[in-house]
Design a protein around this ligand. Structure first.
Ligand code: AQP
Length: 325
């Protein structure tokens, strides 16, 4: 059994990209792996967020985890800030990372662009993410393609720390799917679908009704030549729809392209597949959102278990750097 760790920011309602790139795969791993999945609430503070929104979205994200099929008896589900070992380790890793390597993070450049004042946390949160992973001795990190660079940083920090202070951390590896690793915005198909930067029409939320899903897919931006072909450079909109359909059905995007002779029929098939894929998640989410007690109980149990693993790893790292016991 390998130890896996991953998380999602409660920076908005979870969307189809979060589901296909992360959540759905976590559910598949929970019986096979020693699985730890958190809601990374501290990461959400790197951008502007109202305190009430952060609180309610954290609970909503946890309800989405359960609705997607994660089971607190088979995986450790918790909120990052409930386990303070993450932030304690993060400081040791900040003193391992260099300013230059953090400046090179593309998410920092993308999210900081156009902001009058960029929070220091936006620069340093990839280090906190490294701490999220390393503090559990995680071997694998199932994520979407946008997190590849951050996992590389976590690996580099683990290797550098081990080199400087002696073997302390497990060096983790990214686990990125072949299909569904980068679901694009339906309105701007050259940009990834994102909680914080997509418009409502560009996103399919896990809570969207079948009608909303059908409308958003029908209005998805394509091109004008009406030829269904998988070509992410020349036809990003159609390729994104094929990728979504491939991820929902298990067939390959090229093979699917051959089955459709026009955009209308492709869009109809995508809408139907997504509606059926998300139907059980939405139904279960609706039940859970009226039962916050169940969600909170799952998180409390998870935090206790998580802390029992994170505590000794943090102590090992503190000892390694020379902090007085
Ligand atoms: N569009 C996507 N396609 C596939 N996977 C995706 N993920 C995110 N967007 C897509 C994966 O979902 C997990 C959680 O991501 P996150 O919420 O922690 O942060 P993010 O990657 O920055 O996702 P968002 O939606 O864009 O959030 P905001 O807008 O708050 O930054 C990760 O495994 C990610 O790869």
């Amino acid at each position: 059994m390998s130890r896996v760790l991953s998380g999602i920011q409660p920076s908005g309602v979870l969307h189809l990209g979060n589901y296909l790139g992360a959540l759905r795969r976590w559910v598949q791993r929970q019986d096979v792996d020693d699985a730890y999945f958190c809601i990374v609430d501290l990461h959400a503070l790197t951008l502007d967020i109202e305190p009430e929104a952060l609180r309610s979205q954290t609970l909503d994200a946890a309800a989405s985890y359960l609705a997607a099929g994660l089971d607190p008896d088979r995986a450790v589900l918790f909120v990052q800030s409930h386990v303070p070992e993450h932030t304690s380790l993060s400081w040791l890793l900040e003193c391992t990372a260099s300013y230059g390597e953090l400046l090179r993070m593309t998410q920092f450049k993308d999210k900081g662009k156009g902001q009058a004042s960029v929070r220091a946390g936006l620069l340093t949160y990839p280090v906190l993410m490294a701490a999220d992973i390393l503090v559990y001795d995680a071997q694998r990190v199932p994520v979407g393609d946008d997190q590849r660079q951050h996992i590389e940083l976590a690996r580099n920090l683990a290797i550098r720390f081990n080199g400087r202070y002696g073997e302390t951390f497990v060096v983790p590896a990214a686990d990125i799917p072949d299909v569904g690793a980068r679901i694009m915005d339906l309105q701007q198909p050259t940009k990834k679908m994102s909680k914080s930067t997509s418009t409502p029409q560009g996103l399919i939320n896990l809570t969207d009704s079948p009608d909303e899903i059908a409308r958003k897919v029908r209005r998805a931006v394509t091109d004008t030549d009406n030829e269904v072909r998988y070509d992410t450079e020349a036809k990003p909109g159609i390729s994104n729809l094929l990728e979504i359909l491939a991820s929902a059905t298990g067939a390959g995007p090229d093979e699917l392209a051959d089955r459709f002779s026009d955009y209308g029929s492709l869009k109809g098939a995508v809408a139907e597949a997504v509606i059926e894929l998300l139907r059980p998640v939405r139904e279960s989410y609706e039940e859970l959102s009226s039962d916050p007690g169940t969600v909170r109980a799952a998180l409390a149990k998870g935090a206790e278990k998580a802390q029992s693993v994170a505590g000794p790893v943090l102590a090992r790292a503190q000892d390694a750097v020379g902090l007085l016991k």
